[in-house]
Design a protein around this ligand. Structure first.
Ligand SMILES: Cc1ncc(COP(=O)(O)O)c(C=O)c1O
Length: 471
């Protein structure tokens, strides 16, 4: 028989590959401050040039690394940049990247406890820490997911199984119209008809109005519907608004609804005392979604769900099969697959565990508190500067603002202003609509963003607005 190509590398080749990759990455990270904040100019052209048939023959690693670092990565929004303040930043901690490398290279199976008990325990630790930080009880079970979207899906599936059983068409969901679209997507994927999702108007501060929830629930009950799922937001994507979480908890309790909080963006602010005050009521929910790839700064690919009555999460996801032998597990330990839609998956917990152990929780608490202070600082600059208006007082770290030009259309001016700022490549911001008005958003969350970057960002925004206003 012909000799097959060996897919195992020599120790020298493995070391060379690892070193080249790490060298390139460290250089890349050290050069971040001078790199453009976004560069999509040739993105389409380069993307098109990369189309190819499956490569029959291999090639050298150095060329592939060069292609990735010097051709692929530069044409993108520079999301780990300290001046990236668009959408929801996080930065992407380097130790998490090392954790992914360690997890993949050792390739242990962590879907079932028995296959790697100690590795499973590290993931369980992470979930137990989240449980403690959210003020949830010991009965809580959780899962680590790829992001907030899939975590929301499992929350909905759990509530559906528990409260609706098979009767999906009657089940009604209530949330403010500021709720992230992933919750609606999760509901639809979970089989809830789209017309059963009530997106209720918010107040002038973009927070949910509890009376509207109660009114809608009563009206649906009268029609013979089955209200079952109520969503509270702990930090909306649009404006960072935190809903009146305690009031919503009361309503959910009164009408026996599942109370879910989307804390994908805001939940980890509960680690610092400034955030705790704002997030009062998180612990009153039945489930919470938290995204470590936002508030814990780990790279994209980390969401999580906590369910207060862990048995409900399990009963919604638990199936058995003859090929999954019934291995006994000790009291207090969990088989991840029994709580999750997944079986085989990456060793996701390590990318959260490693930076928390390496830096300690204090470092995260300080960074989160710093982002709240920086946001407050920038908000005050906006208030002082003639021409600018903020749409609401920021509760967390999003400022939604616009500039009122001396003449002309406000919306057209602000669209032009955002395009001008982004084109300068000195700062990246994004936009949204609030009560139908086009606004520019600043979101301060990257662990790399400190006072100097926020001061510079404000100067860039101010100078751009004044310059365009003179034209
Ligand atoms: C408030 C909020 N909820 C949910 C999500 C969805 O999370 P993911 O993108 O991790 O799936 C986001 C994403 O930005 C978000 O900001």
């Amino acid at each position: 028989m012909e000799k097959v190509t060996d897919l195992e590398l020599t120790p020298e080749a493995m070391l060379r590959m690892g070193r080249s990759a790490v060298d390139a990455l460290v250089e890349h990270i050290m050069n971040l401050p001078d790199a453009p904040r976004s560069n999509l100019d040739d993105g389409q052209k380069i993307a098109k040039s990369l189309w190819e048939k499956p490569p029959e023959k291999g090639m050298d690693f150095e060329s592939l690394l060069d292609l990735f670092m010097n051709k692929v990565i530069p044409v993108s929004i520079n999301t780990p940049h300290p001046a990236y303040m668009g959408y929801i930043p996080g930065g992407g901690l380097y130790p998490s990247a090392i954790a992914d490398f360690l997890g993949a290279a050792t390739n242990r199976f962590t879907g079932a406890w028995f296959a790697a008990p100690a590795a499973a325990r590290l993931e369980a630790n992470v979930l137990e820490w989240f449980t403690q930080w959210m003020g949830y009880p010991k009965s809580t079970r959780g899962i680590l997911t790829s992001g907030g979207s899939l975590a929301s899906f499992s929350a909905l599936v759990t509530a559906r199984k528990h409260l609706l059983v098979e009767n999906l068409s009657r089940g009604i969901i209530y949330s403010s119209d500021q709720t992230h679209y992933c919750v609606m997507k999760a509901a639809i994927l979970a089989g809830i008809p789209e017309q059963n999702i009530r997106l209720l108007s918010v107040g002038s501060d973009f927070r949910a109005v509890p009376e509207y929830f109660e009114k809608a629930i009563k009206s649906d009950l009268k029609k013979g519907k089955k209200p079952f799922f109520l969503v509270g937001n702990a930090g909306t994507t649009n404006s960072g608004a935190v809903d009146p979480l305690l009031d919503l908890a009361e309503i959910a309790k009164k009408y026996k609804l599942w109370y879910h909080i989307d804390a994908a963006y805001g939940g980890f602010f509960n680690l610092c005392k400034e955030g705790k005050k704002i997030l009062k009521g998180l612990d009153k929910s039945d489930s919470i979604v938290l995204d470590p790839h936002k508030g814990l700064f780990v790279p994209y690919g980390s969401g999580s769900l906590l369910v207060k009555d862990g048995e409900l999460l399990r009963s919604a996801h638990m199936l058995t099969a003859e090929y999954l032998m019934d291995h006994m597990i000790p009291e207090g330990e969990v088989n991840a697959t029994e709580y999750s839609p997944e079986l085989t998956r990456s060793y996701r917990g390590l990318r959260v565990w490693l930076p928390l152990k390496l830096f300690g929780v204090k470092a995260f608490r300080e960074n989160l508190a710093e982002k709240l202070h920086l946001t407050r600082w920038m908000y005050e600059r906006f208030l002082e500067e003639p021409g600018f208006e903020c749409m609401a007082v920021p509760e967390l770290t999003v400022i939604a603002f616009r500039y009122r030009p001396k003449k002309g259309d406000v919306e057209a001016f602000n669209r032009k202003l955002l395009a001008y700022i982004v084109k300068s490549k000195k700062l990246f911001l994004s936009s949204t609509l609030l009560h139908g008005k086009f606004v520019i958003r600043v979101c301060i969350l990257s662990f790399r963003t400190h006072k100097a970057e926020v001061e510079e960002a404000f100067e860039i925004i101010k100078n751009a607005a004044k310059k365009l206003d003179k034209e």
